[in-house]
Design a protein around this ligand. Structure first.
Ligand code: CUA
Length: 331
Protein backbone atom coordinates (compact mmCIF):
# COMPACT_ATOMS: atom_id res chain seq x y z
CA UNK A 1 0.00 0.00 0.00
CA UNK A 2 1.31 3.43 -0.86
CA UNK A 3 0.91 6.72 0.96
CA UNK A 4 -0.35 8.27 -2.29
CA UNK A 5 -3.52 9.59 -0.66
CA UNK A 6 -1.64 12.15 1.46
CA UNK A 7 -0.14 14.96 -0.64
CA UNK A 8 3.66 15.01 -0.55
CA UNK A 9 3.83 18.66 0.60
CA UNK A 10 1.69 17.77 3.64
CA UNK A 11 3.99 14.87 4.51
CA UNK A 12 6.97 17.22 4.14
CA UNK A 13 5.43 19.73 6.52
CA UNK A 14 4.45 17.07 9.03
CA UNK A 15 7.92 15.51 8.98
CA UNK A 16 9.17 18.61 10.83
CA UNK A 17 7.48 17.26 13.95
CA UNK A 18 9.64 14.78 15.88
CA UNK A 19 6.48 12.85 16.81
CA UNK A 20 4.99 12.80 13.30
CA UNK A 21 2.89 9.64 13.02
CA UNK A 22 3.27 9.73 9.20
CA UNK A 23 7.08 9.40 9.34
CA UNK A 24 7.57 5.83 10.57
CA UNK A 25 11.11 4.60 11.25
CA UNK A 26 10.31 1.09 12.52
CA UNK A 27 8.25 -1.87 11.25
CA UNK A 28 5.33 -1.65 13.74
CA UNK A 29 4.96 2.11 13.06
CA UNK A 30 5.17 1.47 9.30
CA UNK A 31 2.41 -1.18 9.50
CA UNK A 32 0.20 1.25 11.41
CA UNK A 33 0.74 4.05 8.87
CA UNK A 34 0.00 1.69 5.96
CA UNK A 35 -3.22 0.58 7.66
CA UNK A 36 -4.20 4.18 8.47
CA UNK A 37 -3.69 5.28 4.87
CA UNK A 38 -5.74 2.30 3.62
CA UNK A 39 -8.59 3.19 6.02
CA UNK A 40 -8.37 6.87 5.02
CA UNK A 41 -8.57 5.94 1.32
CA UNK A 42 -11.70 3.82 1.84
CA UNK A 43 -13.42 6.37 4.07
CA UNK A 44 -12.49 9.18 1.65
CA UNK A 45 -14.08 7.21 -1.20
CA UNK A 46 -17.26 6.70 0.89
CA UNK A 47 -17.26 10.43 1.70
CA UNK A 48 -16.94 11.43 -1.97
CA UNK A 49 -19.71 9.04 -3.11
CA UNK A 50 -22.17 10.06 -0.37
CA UNK A 51 -21.57 13.79 -0.75
CA UNK A 52 -21.73 13.65 -4.54
CA UNK A 53 -25.13 11.93 -4.35
CA UNK A 54 -26.27 14.40 -1.70
CA UNK A 55 -25.12 17.42 -3.74
CA UNK A 56 -26.76 16.00 -6.87
CA UNK A 57 -30.08 15.46 -5.03
CA UNK A 58 -30.02 18.92 -3.45
CA UNK A 59 -29.37 20.62 -6.79
CA UNK A 60 -31.68 18.56 -8.98
CA UNK A 61 -34.67 18.53 -6.66
CA UNK A 62 -34.35 22.02 -5.18
CA UNK A 63 -37.43 24.26 -4.91
CA UNK A 64 -38.16 26.07 -8.16
CA UNK A 65 -40.47 28.96 -9.11
CA UNK A 66 -42.55 26.53 -11.17
CA UNK A 67 -43.10 24.19 -8.20
CA UNK A 68 -46.83 23.72 -7.64
CA UNK A 69 -46.46 22.92 -3.91
CA UNK A 70 -47.90 19.39 -4.17
CA UNK A 71 -46.11 16.56 -2.37
CA UNK A 72 -44.15 14.38 -4.84
CA UNK A 73 -45.04 10.73 -5.38
CA UNK A 74 -44.01 8.68 -2.31
CA UNK A 75 -42.20 5.43 -3.17
CA UNK A 76 -42.10 2.62 -0.64
CA UNK A 77 -39.92 -0.46 -0.68
CA UNK A 78 -37.16 -1.40 -3.11
CA UNK A 79 -35.47 -4.71 -2.35
CA UNK A 80 -32.62 -3.88 -4.69
CA UNK A 81 -31.84 -0.54 -3.03
CA UNK A 82 -32.21 -1.93 0.49
CA UNK A 83 -29.96 -4.90 -0.24
CA UNK A 84 -27.39 -2.57 -1.82
CA UNK A 85 -27.17 -0.16 1.13
CA UNK A 86 -27.02 -3.08 3.58
CA UNK A 87 -24.53 -5.37 1.82
CA UNK A 88 -22.06 -2.74 0.59
CA UNK A 89 -21.44 -1.22 4.07
CA UNK A 90 -21.13 -4.72 5.59
CA UNK A 91 -18.49 -5.60 3.00
CA UNK A 92 -16.62 -2.37 3.70
CA UNK A 93 -16.63 -3.02 7.46
CA UNK A 94 -15.49 -6.62 6.95
CA UNK A 95 -12.59 -5.46 4.77
CA UNK A 96 -11.56 -2.83 7.36
CA UNK A 97 -11.84 -5.40 10.16
CA UNK A 98 -9.71 -7.97 8.34
CA UNK A 99 -7.07 -5.39 7.40
CA UNK A 100 -6.81 -4.23 11.04
CA UNK A 101 -6.78 -7.79 12.42
CA UNK A 102 -3.97 -8.73 10.04
CA UNK A 103 -1.80 -5.81 11.18
CA UNK A 104 -2.50 -6.47 14.89
CA UNK A 105 -1.64 -10.17 14.49
CA UNK A 106 1.53 -9.49 12.51
CA UNK A 107 2.82 -7.09 15.19
CA UNK A 108 1.73 -9.12 18.23
CA UNK A 109 2.86 -12.50 16.95
CA UNK A 110 6.25 -11.41 15.63
CA UNK A 111 8.80 -14.01 16.79
CA UNK A 112 11.61 -12.83 19.06
CA UNK A 113 14.99 -13.60 17.44
CA UNK A 114 17.84 -14.83 19.64
CA UNK A 115 19.84 -11.65 19.13
CA UNK A 116 16.98 -9.36 20.23
CA UNK A 117 17.81 -6.77 22.89
CA UNK A 118 15.56 -7.14 25.92
CA UNK A 119 14.60 -4.13 28.02
CA UNK A 120 12.24 -3.97 30.98
CA UNK A 121 10.45 -0.62 31.05
CA UNK A 122 8.94 0.40 34.38
CA UNK A 123 6.60 3.39 34.51
CA UNK A 124 6.77 5.52 37.66
CA UNK A 125 5.05 8.76 38.62
CA UNK A 126 6.58 10.58 36.70
CA UNK A 127 9.63 9.02 35.08
CA UNK A 128 10.79 5.92 33.17
CA UNK A 129 13.06 3.19 34.47
CA UNK A 130 14.94 1.02 31.94
CA UNK A 131 16.53 -2.28 32.90
CA UNK A 132 18.59 -4.43 30.53
CA UNK A 133 18.49 -7.72 32.49
CA UNK A 134 20.95 -9.68 30.34
CA UNK A 135 23.35 -6.73 30.00
CA UNK A 136 23.26 -5.76 33.72
CA UNK A 137 22.46 -2.12 33.00
CA UNK A 138 19.92 0.12 34.73
CA UNK A 139 19.14 3.64 33.59
CA UNK A 140 16.33 6.16 33.58
CA UNK A 141 14.37 8.37 31.19
CA UNK A 142 16.65 8.00 28.17
CA UNK A 143 16.42 4.65 26.44
CA UNK A 144 19.30 3.53 24.22
CA UNK A 145 18.72 0.80 21.64
CA UNK A 146 20.65 -0.34 18.56
CA UNK A 147 19.58 0.43 15.01
CA UNK A 148 18.14 -2.61 13.22
CA UNK A 149 19.28 -3.29 9.68
CA UNK A 150 16.28 -4.83 7.83
CA UNK A 151 18.68 -7.36 6.24
CA UNK A 152 19.96 -8.47 9.68
CA UNK A 153 17.28 -7.39 12.16
CA UNK A 154 18.28 -6.68 15.78
CA UNK A 155 14.93 -5.67 17.23
CA UNK A 156 14.42 -4.53 20.81
CA UNK A 157 11.69 -6.25 22.81
CA UNK A 158 10.22 -4.24 25.68
CA UNK A 159 8.51 -5.72 28.72
CA UNK A 160 6.26 -3.03 30.15
CA UNK A 161 5.58 -2.85 33.91
CA UNK A 162 4.28 -0.18 36.26
CA UNK A 163 5.32 0.68 39.81
CA UNK A 164 2.17 2.62 40.62
CA UNK A 165 -0.59 3.53 38.18
CA UNK A 166 -1.31 3.15 34.46
CA UNK A 167 1.12 4.76 32.01
CA UNK A 168 1.47 4.32 28.26
CA UNK A 169 4.64 4.02 26.21
CA UNK A 170 4.25 5.96 22.97
CA UNK A 171 7.03 6.90 20.60
CA UNK A 172 4.96 7.52 17.43
CA UNK A 173 7.76 7.07 14.88
CA UNK A 174 8.70 3.65 16.35
CA UNK A 175 5.46 1.89 17.34
CA UNK A 176 1.89 2.25 18.55
CA UNK A 177 0.97 2.90 22.17
CA UNK A 178 1.16 0.13 24.75
CA UNK A 179 0.00 0.62 28.32
CA UNK A 180 2.06 -0.11 31.44
CA UNK A 181 -0.39 -1.57 33.95
CA UNK A 182 0.38 -2.60 37.55
CA UNK A 183 0.49 -6.41 37.94
CA UNK A 184 -0.15 -6.96 34.24
CA UNK A 185 3.06 -7.22 32.19
CA UNK A 186 2.64 -6.04 28.60
CA UNK A 187 5.13 -6.24 25.77
CA UNK A 188 6.00 -4.56 22.51
CA UNK A 189 8.92 -4.40 20.09
CA UNK A 190 10.65 -1.93 17.81
CA UNK A 191 13.24 -2.32 15.07
CA UNK A 192 14.36 1.23 14.22
CA UNK A 193 15.73 1.53 10.68
CA UNK A 194 17.65 4.76 11.27
CA UNK A 195 19.78 6.20 14.04
CA UNK A 196 18.83 9.34 15.93
CA UNK A 197 16.73 10.64 18.79
CA UNK A 198 13.05 9.66 18.79
CA UNK A 199 10.68 11.51 21.08
CA UNK A 200 7.50 10.37 22.73
CA UNK A 201 5.17 11.00 25.60
CA UNK A 202 3.40 9.03 28.31
CA UNK A 203 0.01 8.57 26.67
CA UNK A 204 -2.16 7.55 29.63
CA UNK A 205 -3.11 10.11 32.26
CA UNK A 206 -1.14 9.10 35.34
CA UNK A 207 -1.30 12.14 37.61
CA UNK A 208 -0.27 15.77 37.96
CA UNK A 209 2.95 15.52 35.96
CA UNK A 210 1.67 13.18 33.24
CA UNK A 211 2.44 15.87 30.63
CA UNK A 212 6.07 16.02 31.81
CA UNK A 213 6.64 12.29 31.53
CA UNK A 214 8.49 12.58 28.26
CA UNK A 215 10.09 9.74 26.33
CA UNK A 216 13.52 9.94 24.69
CA UNK A 217 14.73 6.96 22.67
CA UNK A 218 18.27 7.14 21.30
CA UNK A 219 18.75 4.77 18.40
CA UNK A 220 22.52 4.19 18.22
CA UNK A 221 24.72 2.51 15.66
CA UNK A 222 25.75 -0.96 16.86
CA UNK A 223 29.23 0.30 17.89
CA UNK A 224 27.81 3.30 19.77
CA UNK A 225 25.29 1.07 21.52
CA UNK A 226 27.96 -1.45 22.59
CA UNK A 227 30.13 1.41 23.88
CA UNK A 228 27.17 2.89 25.77
CA UNK A 229 26.46 -0.51 27.38
CA UNK A 230 30.14 -0.85 28.40
CA UNK A 231 30.15 2.62 29.99
CA UNK A 232 26.86 2.05 31.78
CA UNK A 233 28.11 -1.26 33.24
CA UNK A 234 30.94 0.51 35.09
CA UNK A 235 30.55 1.48 38.75
CA UNK A 236 30.31 5.18 39.57
CA UNK A 237 33.31 7.32 38.79
CA UNK A 238 34.04 9.01 42.15
CA UNK A 239 35.86 12.32 42.02
CA UNK A 240 37.29 13.54 45.36
CA UNK A 241 36.97 17.24 44.42
CA UNK A 242 33.22 17.04 45.03
CA UNK A 243 33.45 15.25 48.38
CA UNK A 244 31.47 17.98 50.22
CA UNK A 245 28.50 17.40 47.91
CA UNK A 246 28.89 13.63 48.25
CA UNK A 247 28.91 13.95 52.05
CA UNK A 248 25.66 15.97 51.98
CA UNK A 249 24.09 13.56 49.48
CA UNK A 250 24.97 10.51 51.59
CA UNK A 251 23.73 11.87 54.91
CA UNK A 252 20.47 13.16 53.40
CA UNK A 253 17.51 10.95 52.52
CA UNK A 254 18.65 11.08 48.84
CA UNK A 255 20.24 7.64 49.35
CA UNK A 256 16.90 6.08 50.29
CA UNK A 257 15.51 6.72 46.79
CA UNK A 258 18.53 6.79 44.47
CA UNK A 259 21.25 4.32 43.59
CA UNK A 260 24.82 5.33 42.78
CA UNK A 261 26.58 2.02 42.12
CA UNK A 262 29.67 1.53 44.29
CA UNK A 263 28.46 3.91 47.04
CA UNK A 264 26.11 3.72 50.03
CA UNK A 265 23.23 5.01 47.87
CA UNK A 266 21.07 1.96 47.10
CA UNK A 267 17.50 3.31 46.86
CA UNK A 268 15.28 2.21 43.98
CA UNK A 269 12.27 4.51 44.31
CA UNK A 270 13.85 7.19 42.11
CA UNK A 271 16.12 7.12 39.04
CA UNK A 272 19.53 5.41 39.19
CA UNK A 273 22.12 8.22 39.19
CA UNK A 274 25.30 6.16 38.63
CA UNK A 275 25.83 7.65 35.16
CA UNK A 276 23.58 10.69 35.49
CA UNK A 277 25.74 12.94 33.33
CA UNK A 278 25.51 10.54 30.38
CA UNK A 279 21.92 11.78 30.06
CA UNK A 280 20.97 15.00 28.29
CA UNK A 281 17.90 15.77 30.38
CA UNK A 282 16.66 15.43 33.95
CA UNK A 283 13.20 14.92 35.45
CA UNK A 284 12.04 12.77 32.50
CA UNK A 285 12.85 15.35 29.87
CA UNK A 286 11.50 18.31 31.86
CA UNK A 287 14.84 20.19 31.84
CA UNK A 288 18.31 20.10 30.30
CA UNK A 289 20.89 18.26 32.41
CA UNK A 290 23.32 20.95 33.58
CA UNK A 291 24.88 21.76 36.97
CA UNK A 292 22.64 24.84 37.16
CA UNK A 293 19.35 22.99 36.51
CA UNK A 294 20.45 20.12 38.77
CA UNK A 295 21.12 22.58 41.56
CA UNK A 296 17.71 24.28 41.11
CA UNK A 297 16.02 20.86 40.89
CA UNK A 298 17.64 19.59 44.12
CA UNK A 299 16.84 22.87 45.92
CA UNK A 300 13.14 22.65 45.03
CA UNK A 301 11.91 20.00 42.56
CA UNK A 302 8.40 21.47 42.65
CA UNK A 303 9.64 24.69 41.05
CA UNK A 304 10.35 22.72 37.85
CA UNK A 305 7.81 19.96 38.06
CA UNK A 306 4.97 20.85 40.46
CA UNK A 307 3.50 17.74 42.06
CA UNK A 308 6.48 15.49 41.31
CA UNK A 309 7.30 12.83 43.89
CA UNK A 310 10.80 14.06 44.73
CA UNK A 311 10.64 16.17 47.89
CA UNK A 312 12.72 19.24 48.65
CA UNK A 313 15.24 18.09 51.28
CA UNK A 314 15.43 21.51 52.92
CA UNK A 315 19.00 22.10 51.74
CA UNK A 316 20.33 25.65 51.38
CA UNK A 317 21.18 26.92 47.90
CA UNK A 318 24.89 26.40 48.68
CA UNK A 319 24.27 22.80 49.82
CA UNK A 320 22.12 22.13 46.74
CA UNK A 321 24.89 23.50 44.53
CA UNK A 322 27.45 21.25 46.28
CA UNK A 323 25.27 18.18 45.70
CA UNK A 324 24.83 19.23 42.05
CA UNK A 325 28.64 19.52 41.73
CA UNK A 326 28.94 15.99 43.10
CA UNK A 327 26.25 14.60 40.76
CA UNK A 328 27.98 16.34 37.84
CA UNK A 329 30.97 14.04 38.37
CA UNK A 330 28.82 10.93 37.70
CA UNK A 331 29.63 10.19 34.07
CU1 CUA B 1 2.81 8.34 33.02
CU2 CUA B 1 1.02 9.59 32.03
Amino acid sequence: MQACFIPAFLLGGLSLSPTNIFAPASTPAQSIVDLSVFVLEITAAVFVVVFSLLAYAVMKFRRRKTTDGREPAQVYGSSQLELAWTIVPILIVVVLFLAAARVIASIQNAPKPDNAIEVTVIGHQFWWEYRYPSLKVVTANELHIPVSDPAHPTPTFLTLLSADTDHSFWVPRLAGKTDLIPNHPNSMWVDPHETGLFLGQCAEYCGTQHAMMLLRVYVDSREDFDRWIREQSQPAHINSTASEGQRIFEKTACVNCHTIAGTAAKGTYGPDLTHLMSRQTIASGAAKNTVRTLSAWIYNPDSMKPGCKMPSMGLSTQQSAAVAEYLATLR
